[in-house]
Design a protein around this ligand. Structure first.
Ligand code: RIB
Ligand code: CA
Length: 313
């Protein structure tokens, strides 16, 4: 049976890669829907990007639901310096007639998940701030019965990117992360420890840009923006954080990690949004969070390139 997944995202260049890799593997993944959240860009832009991406990638049938426009208690802090003014760098995807579902995103997520047949569950794949997921659990707690696990991009056992200890998704909405991490559901945490090394090189971007296929060229344009106009201009690899989640679900054997107790720092101090991972003691059965620490980067890179080059227009 296909693995049922729900993607919650803030596209976002690396979110866009994750969506493409998922759509390239629909024979293994039943993508129930995609919800947008404010994060990398405003909710209008992340929702519009999700609509354009699913249309452009030949997946008009995947419903897109508009989620929260802001974190639970804080103001959203978009990241145009990383994802550009549109959220997809300098890439201009074709316009689409596709509209989001009429229901509020969280209500629609609950409707779809609660409608799953008896005994069936889905995997949540959050790729942005956890605002929608926290609201889902608070407003529709019964939905947890329908969730097998959460495979999220966020946090770090060591370090941060927005601050020395805060990773963007958790830092944006620490209160939401606290609700999700204390939900009691199994979590696979694809944090910076594993995602920083998983990305495209300049050679990969050249291959994408020179492809005869529209999708590959568009993604080459997105990654070219990252390499030439963002913090990545000095680096060898443009991290594609979000796509690690989908890749783990399809090839867990390419990754190493360990279960840890994880707490979220919701202070206003310099550790705001820190995922405090307790690696002092051996894993215990009650530890719900599997923190990924290493990846077979070459296999991951080849997998992503095969997916992006495989969209034949
Ligand atoms: O820290 C990286 C995460 O923040 C990724 O999900 C990226 O898209 C941004 O949302
Ligand atoms: Ca994201």
């Amino acid at each position: 049976m296909k693995r049922k997944i729900w993607i919650d995202c803030d596209p976002g260049i690396d979110d866009a890669v994750a969506i493409a890799v998922a759509i390239a593997h629909r024979e293994e993944l039943d993508i129930l829907g995609i919800s947008s959240v404010a994060g990398n860009q405003t909710i209008d832009r992340t929702t519009g990007n999700a609509l354009k991406l699913t249309s452009f990638l030949g997946a008009m049938d995947i419903p897109v639901a508009r989620g929260s426009a802001c974190p639970l208690t804080r103001e959203v802090v978009p990241a145009p310096e990383v994802h550009g003014a549109t959220g997809l760098g300098d890439c201009r995807l074709p316009e689409t007639e596709k509209k989001p579902v009429p229901e509020p995103g969280v209500a629609y997520m609950a409707k779809v998940l609660l409608a799953l047949p008896e005994g069936e569950q889905a995997t949540l794949v959050p790729l942005g701030p956890l605002t929608n997921i926290a609201l889902l659990f608070r407003v529709f707690p019964e939905v947890k019965e329908k969730i097998k696990e959460i495979c999220l991009m966020g946090g770090a056992a060591v370090g941060g990117n927005v601050t020395p200890t805060g990773e963007f998704n958790i830092w944006q909405d620490p209160e939401a992360a606290k609700i999700v991490y204390s939900s009691g559901l199994p979590i696979i945490m694809c944090g910076l420890d594993v995602t920083q090394s998983c990305g495209f090189t300049r050679e990969h971007v050249r291959q994408l840009k020179e492809s005869a296929q529209d999708v590959a060229r568009a993604y080459g344009e997105m990654e070219d923006f990252s390499f030439n106009k963002t913090v990545y201009r000095e680096r060898e690899v443009v991290a594609v954080h979000d796509a690690v989640t989908i890749t783990y679900l399809l090839h867990p054997e390419w990754f190493e990690g360990r279960k840890m107790q994880v707490e979220i720092d919701c202070s206003e101090g310099h550790n705001r949004g820190m995922t405090v991972c307790d690696h002092r003691r051996p894993p215990r059965e009650e530890d719900k969070v599997l923190v990924l620490l290493k990846a077979d980067v070459e296999k991951v890179q080849a997998f992503w390139m095969e997916a992006l080059l495989g969209f034949v227009s």
